[in-house]
Design a protein around this ligand. Structure first.
Ligand code: SF4
Ligand code: SF4
Length: 345
């Protein structure tokens, strides 16, 4: 059901839509923050507001995704998942544009940062299939508790108090359209029933289409499209709570937005370091002294056994890649992990 909760001046031409994605919990403080942000954004001239359930849980064919897919122009997406995760969740659902993370909550780092992957000769899927020029600014609600910090950031974007306002070209503007006919100057709230989901989300600005994930996953989650490009074909086949394939992706391109380890949940990790860096060691995920490949194999086996199937362990392919991993020179983060290990905390 769609509930317009307020109406703004219909003569204004909105150029932004602020999308507020509600959290999964019923925490009243969170609900209050979300509502306050939506209310504050709705009074800004040039902004419409769309409130939807948690982005990650939205079902295909549902009202929320229908509304989101009809939006044109720039978006400001406010959600409880990391900005990179929010962007690629939208992308997989056809809501596409240029990713612009918005830094909140760090006084020394308020400028928006580019999310360009590390320089490399390797083709990324997003380079082969460029996304529209319109901007999708993503704000992480976990980053700050102050309503003012969020509303300041949104106001800065909408009212042009930020350089990025000058870059409002996109699909819509390039075709001479800048209006947002869907929400039309109102707060639109989609009260759609959702249930918690668990599936991988691919960051195509990192993905090289190497197909490692297809080979590794034994639950039929991944597939390819007509152009032989990797996609998450059967998301709900994924085993709840398991992040195994994110550990074997050579580009750290696989995100599980609800995982407790920030590196797996889509926190920025400085580019595509490769699977030799198991950031979970820094963030409390299963460790046991294993490297990323061994951990992934163990997690996959656990899921195979739970599904009544036979464990496969570290197969030949994984073994080969594990050896490649060991042969690679250490970089700064590896050295940091080693020095933390030596501290014996
Ligand atoms: S393993 Fe990673 S880089 Fe390779 S196809 Fe899968 S998501 Fe893309
Ligand atoms: S977490 Fe496991 S089941 Fe889910 S997609 Fe990855 S390998 Fe497949």
């Amino acid at each position: 059901m769609i509930s317009p909760s307020s109406q703004s001046d219909s003569t204004t031409t909105p150029t932004w839509t602020v999308v507020v994605s509600r959290g999964q919990s019923r925490n009243p403080a969170k609900r209050s923050l979300e509502q306050s942000i939506a209310d504050a954004a709705s009074v800004l001239e040039g902004a419409d507001v769309l409130v939807v359930p948690h982005l990650y849980d939205l079902p295909k064919g549902g009202e929320s995704l229908e509304k989101l897919s009809e939006l044109e122009g720039n978006l400001i997406v406010v959600s409880w998942i990391f900005p990179r995760a929010a962007h690629w969740v939208l992308d997989r659902n056809g809501v596409r544009g240029q990713f612009v993370p918005v830094a909140i909550g760090d006084a020394d780092d308020e400028d928006e940062e580019s999310a360009e992957p590390a320089e490399s000769d390797v083709d990324r899927v997003a380079d082969l299939y460029p996304r529209p020029k319109r901007q999708i600014h993503c704000i992480d609600l976990k980053a700050e508790q102050s309503l003012e910090r969020f509303t300041e950031a949104i106001r800065g974007l909408v009212l042009g108090e930020d350089d990025s306002q000058e870059m409002t070209s996109g699909d819509a503007s390039s075709s001479g359209e800048t209006s947002l006919p869907i929400v039309g100057g109102q707060i639109v709230q989609v009260d759609e029933t959702t249930s918690r989901r668990w599936y991988p989300v691919i960051d195509f600005s990192r993905c090289t289409n190497c197909m490692e994930c297809v080979d590794f996953c034994l639950f039929g989650v991944y597939g390819v499209d007509a152009a032989e490009t990797i996609l998450v074909e059967q998301p709900d086949n994924c085993r709840k709570g398991c992040p195994a394939c994110s550990r074997v992706c050579p580009e750290n391109a696989i995100i599980f937005p609800q995982h407790k380890a920030p590196a797996i949940a889509g926190a920025e990790t400085g580019g595509s370091e490769g699977f030799k860096i198991d950031l979970s060691k820094l963030f409390g995920a299963p460790d046991g002294g294993d490297d990323a490949i061994a951990t992934a194999a163990r997690e996959r086996d656990e899921q195979l056994l739970l599904a009544g199937r036979t464990a496969v362990g570290i197969d030949e392919q994984l073994q080969r890649r594990q050896q490649d991993l060991m042969a690679q020179p250490k970089d700064d983060l590896d050295r940091l992990i080693d020095s933390l290990d030596e501290l014996d905390l």
